[in-house]
Ligand binder design. Structure first.
Ligand code: CA
Length: 245
């Protein structure tokens, strides 16, 4: 029995060493699974783990998908992405010390559970958003307007990535959209996460009144700190790109 145990350990080490990437790794996983089960005594007929039987790439492509949020737009511009739902950017109030930090993409039509609605003061408060871009001339006309958002499904892809300060994706990645990196004003009480807002934002029609809830400002680099300048430029609006793989 000791001999068999040593054999199992040797085979598993060998397979892990030989795995490599892609198809080879998946084949090795299946064989590894078979050997393990064989020595446990319940191997039965050889069955690949994922039942893809030699069509690994096809199977992987069919099963993989990832969602990302298209901040500032109600569509998904990439040919490989479909709209899951659309809505409006929202979040915590810029002046509330306990505000939530992550932006939300609130659906256009909410569904309330009316039986559970009650009044109270201990609540997390969600506010609509505004682009605070009066000091950024290219988007001065968008100041105080409420940006849209879309949650997008990228089928056949397995992960998404927002890269700050880039307009292009690494080789092999699919560019979903590019935009401007935006965040909260540095003097506000509440800071929030950075988000990549599309270069051509759509806003809610008629949303020009100034409400100042969840506020979205351009993000810029500050030289004279430990930021690497050059190549970074002081006070220059930073780009961003969202990529999928
Ligand atoms: Ca405002």
């Amino acid at each position: 029995m000791k001999f068999f145990n040593y054999t199992v350990v040797f085979c598993l080490i060998f397979l892990n060493k030989a795995k490599g990437d892609g198809d080879d790794a998946e084949v090795a996983d299946n064989v590894e699974n078979y050997i393990w089960n064989f020595f446990k005594g319940d191997a039965g007929d050889y069955e690949p783990i994922n039942n893809c039987k030699g069509e690994f790439m096809t199977c992987e492509t069919r099963n993989a998908s990832v969602v990302y949020t298209h901040w500032g737009r109600s569509d998904c511009t990439s040919d490989t992405s479909d709209v899951v739902y659309t809505g409006y950017i929202a979040g915590g109030h810029h002046s509330h010390s306990g505000a939530g930090t992550n932006p939300l993409c609130l659906p256009e039509t909410p569904e309330y559970n009316n039986g559970l609605i009650a009044s109270g003061i201990y609540r997390s408060l969600i506010y609509g958003s505004e682009l605070q871009t009066s000091s950024y001339p290219p988007w001065a006309g968008l100041h105080d307007k409420d940006p849209l958002c879309a949650v997008c499904l990228a089928q056949g892809r397995s992960t998404s990535l927002m890269i700050p300060a880039k307009r292009t994706c690494p080789q092999g990645w699919t560019k979903e959209y590019e935009g401007l990196l935006m965040g909260s004003y540095y003097k506000e009480t509440a800071g929030h996460e950075y988000l990549c807002v599309d270069l051509n934002p759509e806003v809610r029609p008629g949303s020009s009144p100034n409400h100042d809830g969840f506020l979205i400002h351009n993000a810029v680099g500050v030289c004279g700190s430990s930021l690497a300048c050059p190549p970074y430029v002081h006070n220059a609006e930073l780009s961003c790109v969202v990529c999928t793989w």
